[in-house]
Design a protein. Sequence first.
Length: 367
Amino acid sequence: MRVLFLTTHVEVGGIPAYTVTLAEQLARRGHHPVVCSRGGLLVERLTAAGIPHHPVALGVKSELHPLMAVAIGQVLAVIRRARPDVLHAQTRVAHAAAGVVGRLTGIPVVTTAHGFYDWHWGRRAFPFWGRRVIAVSPSVRQLLIERYGVPPAKVALIANGIAWTPWDPARLAEAVARFRQTSGIRGDGPVVGTVTRLAPAKGLPTLLQAFHQLRRQVPSARLLIVGDGPLKTELVRSAYALGEQEQIIFSGIAVETRVPLSMMDVFVLPSHHEAFGLAIVEAMAMGRPVVASRVGGIPTIVDDGVTGLLVPPNDPDALARALGQMLDDPERRRAMGSAGHARYEREFTMDRVAREVESVYEEVVQG
């Protein structure tokens, strides 16, 4: 089957990782994926896998942006060459573009809803979900049905997943040593860490406050924050204001997240809202116990008390207590990490995602 993916960009992040990894997996299963986006760091992965990438003007933030007309024309040109059987759109802007292109060409469209979209004018003007819409978690499925009025039969619940393979221990050790040097990580104290976009929804000010409390209990603890985003300057200032600038490390974006994850004793994601939480699955695949907020799709990933601990959002006291419990009990951390890896293998592999998405494609193409 020939599949044309439409997405805003393929920089490092949750939706780009889903798009690129799913395209890779489908190619291994004998399909012929093509990706259209603004571009980004993950184009190299697509090229290495032999998957064509075509730059189009989808890197805008509104479905009503004038460049949308340009992007639609570019996608139509790609379609004339690639002749796809199905279009699969990943972001709000891509959903709108796919809706127009699908109507013009008659090619069936599948969309994936990765998050909690605001009900703004762009979405009202283009309430397009395709013949089938994939929800990445039960909370997203509920939102589609209750807020947007999508018929339940049109929504396919397919939880996200990742394609994870272990590295050679010697190679990983070498990569970790380089990461430590470039990030300025020193000492042998326990590491609490996160991999996330530095954005308001991720609850990082709460994490800094909780870490400041945690240090009274575990003075040698360090906090590793992997990622970038609009809150970085504010967060760095907060680290200095708390007197924790030596213990909180902002490493920037990591294309290969297995390296920083391997250094973490506990993975933490204190989001205020989260549709799924793909970074949690990555941490579980690496055998890391998780402390996260009980919001959105996170409780469908983290089995509270088994693979990690769930806490209320925006509660630094509860977060500090949970992190302290983890660091005080190495055996419990190891048990939760092992349980998390086993759950990843059962429920969150990209092979399982590809099979289920493949079934949706077959349904819309045949229908």
